[in-house]
Design a protein around this ligand. Structure first.
Ligand code: SF4
Length: 653
């Protein structure tokens, strides 16, 4: 076992059917090849899940994996990755989450906890420094995620364990359910809550107290102090109206000014992710009305209901994930059934707001808490409602199909009713609770045209017609539809060319039209985003922290200081490539054709919109996908790694 290098050197593997609990030692070479977090997850899943395993069956393995830098004294590095074969896409699944669960995994002495098998009855997993047990969970089965955490905290007698759990959506094996920690932080994507529910695993409760050692803590602290200076820089003059006006200006200008992540950091620190609400709508970044509308349908007057100040007004206290000096989260007081909720994120506000033309902010606050407690992905839930409304509008659904509900854009009462039904899998909720692809397959009647997804997963609230980089990453990622991997904008903010040799820099001012032409440089940029984000997710770093730019948040230097390695940024980018290839090989092994993950035609501007910020735009996605695959040395026609690449990779396992 390896001690004192940032990582713990072992994982725990639990079989819920046999109750066998085993440690698996992970050689240092594996961390050097794949890091921890996402990469260690890929290593374990590739090794242990047989080809063709049912995502909801006993052979699937679900992993809770900490970041290599978590607990090292570095900043923004308290995030963990949930991994498993996704029942939503049929391939590789991952979801990322902040809060305090990531250090709790390592304090139990492990980099990851992996579960397989299916328990006959509801159980939870309890781990501390001495005890590792699968325990009966019949008392908590049926509780929502907040009640579940409260139950285990009461039981912890003064200690503060890390708790990850599912709510009723996961128990009901909804394919758009996730796993919650910290009373509503969600590892929401890929439908992995359904995997946990199918295993009848209600919660993982971690109460260890072990030390997380590193090689050079002094150096880590020195780098952290530099990073923190940038985080604390905060000019006082920015207003929410200025943000909306900036978005409108960005819409009308023919050129784009390359973005510096320091600006986004300032917005995040003041408002959190909701800072983007109106700005995104105005500039065409936020999909409106199930991706067929625009800011013409949801202009300043309507989107003003989700002005960032609306959300900070009721913020009682700021919320920081572990080791985060920024604190983009918040706990808000609300009226109505729930007295408080985590401040809704941009993704939630817009998927329950602009995507549905809903300007009822009270309903958004309420649904935010309903979904967090149910353990359901708000991006997917918003898309499912948008799909249902369009089905109703187009005559695919009648009142007989909707349990008597009249579905209309912007009608918050029916939106609330639909989501409550989805959580309970009741009536029409039974059809919608597995996401839009499954719903359209069940309904037929041409409804697939209204189902916006990539490989079965609903894309995030960033319009791929505004930034084709999102179209690319929605379509080529092994877990498709996710916004947390890359885009043209992200690359501008990562500023990787400042530290990685051979990457193109971005011109401070460029023509908007140039974004839409597929060319080799865009493929290089896309591949660099994917490689880098595997390093980010391997270390447990927050994407928002990474936006500060490579010279202000020195992730590569932190890794070397923690581990004692002396790899260059270019070598770490190769580590990121290893992880990407392993995840892609996982998909191929499980029968996925990579081209099938292409995001829906509507999100590609096919046909192009006739009005709004994205008027006339369409994305050359097929060429972009081919060029991207070639960057990894995979077959550019199929997106599959060549057999020799797979053989080489399997030799490392
Ligand atoms: S910036 Fe926000 S999401 Fe990221 S670590 Fe900090 S609090 Fe968590």
């Amino acid at each position: 076992m390896i001690k004192g290098k940032g990582f713990m050197g072992k994982v725990l593997v639990v079989d819920l059917a046999t109750r066998e609990i085993k440690e698996e030692i992970i050689p240092e070479k594996i961390y050097q090849t794949y890091l921890s977090g996402m990469g260690l997850g890929a290593y374990m899943l590739y090794k242990h899940i047989p080809a063709g395993a049912d995502p909801l069956g006993p052979e699937n393995m679900l992993g809770f994996v900490s970041g290599l830098l978590t607990g090292s004294g570095s900043l923004f590095t308290g995030r963990w990755t949930l991994v498993g074969k996704s029942p939503l896409t049929g391939g590789w699944g991952d979801a990322n989450c902040g809060g305090t669960f990531s250090p709790a995994i390592k304090r139990c002495g492990y980099d990851g906890i992996f579960v397989r098998g299916i328990s006959e009855t509801p159980v939870y997993l309890y781990i501390d420094d001495k005890v590792k047990e699968v325990r009966d969970a019949s008392d908590v089965w049926g509780m929502d995620t907040v009640q579940t955490e409260r139950f285990f905290r009461k039981d912890a007698k003064g200690r503060r364990p890390g708790i990850a759990c599912i709510g009723p959506a996961g128990e009901a094996v909804s394919l758009i359910s996730g796993v919650a920690t910290d009373n509503g932080r969600m590892a929401a994507r890929s439908g992995l809550g359904a995997v946990m529910g199918a295993k009848r695993l209600k919660a993982v409760v971690l109460a260890g107290n072990q030390r997380i050692g590193v090689v050079n803590r002094k150096e880590i602290k020195k780098i952290s102090a530099i990073c923190n200076k940038w985080v604390q820089f905060q000019p006082p003059f920015m207003t929410a109206t200025m943000m909306a006006a900036t978005g409108a200006l960005m819409r009308v200008l023919p050129s784009v000014m390359a973005q510096d992540g320091l600006l986004y950091k300032i917005m995040l620190k003041k408002w959190g992710t909701v800072s983007m609400n109106q700005m995104s709508v105005e500039m065409g970044d936020s999909p409106i009305k199930n991706w067929k509308g625009s800011s013409k349908d949801w202009g300043m007057f309507k989107s003003h209901s989700s002005n960032p100040d609306v959300f900070t007004k009721c913020e009682q206290v700021k919320y920081h994930c572990y080791s985060c000096p920024l604190g983009c989260g918040g706990i808000c007081s609300t009226s109505g059934k729930f007295s408080e909720t985590h401040k809704p994120e941009y993704e939630t506000v817009l998927s329950l707001g602009g995507l549905l033309l809903n300007k009822d902010v009270d309903a958004i606050f309420y649904l935010n808490e309903v979904l967090n407690r149910a353990g359901m992905d708000s991006i997917s839930a918003g898309h499912a409602v948008a799909f249902a409304i369009e089905c109703y509008e187009e005559g695919v659904f009648t009142k007989a199909d909707t349990d008597g509900l009249e579905l209309k854009w912007g009608d918050s009462a029916s939106i609330v009713a639909l989501i409550e039904k989805m959580v309970k899998r009741e009536g029409i909720g039974q059809i919608l609770a597995d996401g839009v692809k499954q719903a359209s397959l069940r309904i037929g009647k041409g409804s697939e045209e209204f189902a916006v997804h990539a490989g079965g997963q609903e894309p995030a609230m960033h319009d791929s017609r505004n930034d084709p980089g999102f179209a690319l990453h929605y379509s080529v990622e092994p877990s498709p539809g996710k916004h947390t991997v890359g885009s043209g904008l992200y690359y501008e903010m990562f500023k990787l060319w400042q530290v990685v040799d051979g990457l193109p820099s971005v011109s401070p001012l460029y023509l908007k039209g140039s974004k839409y032409k597929a060319d080799e440089e865009k493929a290089v940029i896309g591949a660099a985003n994917s490689r880098f984000m595997n390093v980010v997710n391997g270390t447990g770093t927050c994407l928002f922290g990474s936006f500060l730019g490579a010279k202000r948040i020195r992730i590569f230097d932190w890794i070397n200081a923690a581990t004692g390695w002396s790899l260059t940024p270019n070598e770490y980018m190769e580590v990121g490539a290893n992880v990407q290839t392993l995840r892609q090989a996982f998909n191929v092994r499980h029968g996925i054709e990579p081209s099938q993950f292409k995001v829906s035609e509507r999100a590609l501007g096919r046909p192009a919109q006739k009005e709004g910020a994205n008027k006339g735009r369409s994305v050359e996605i097929e060429a972009m996908m081919r060029d991207y695959w070639a960057q990894f040395g995979w077959d550019p026609e199929t997106g599959k790694p060549f057999q020799k690449t797979i053989n080489d990779l399997e030799a490392t396992l």
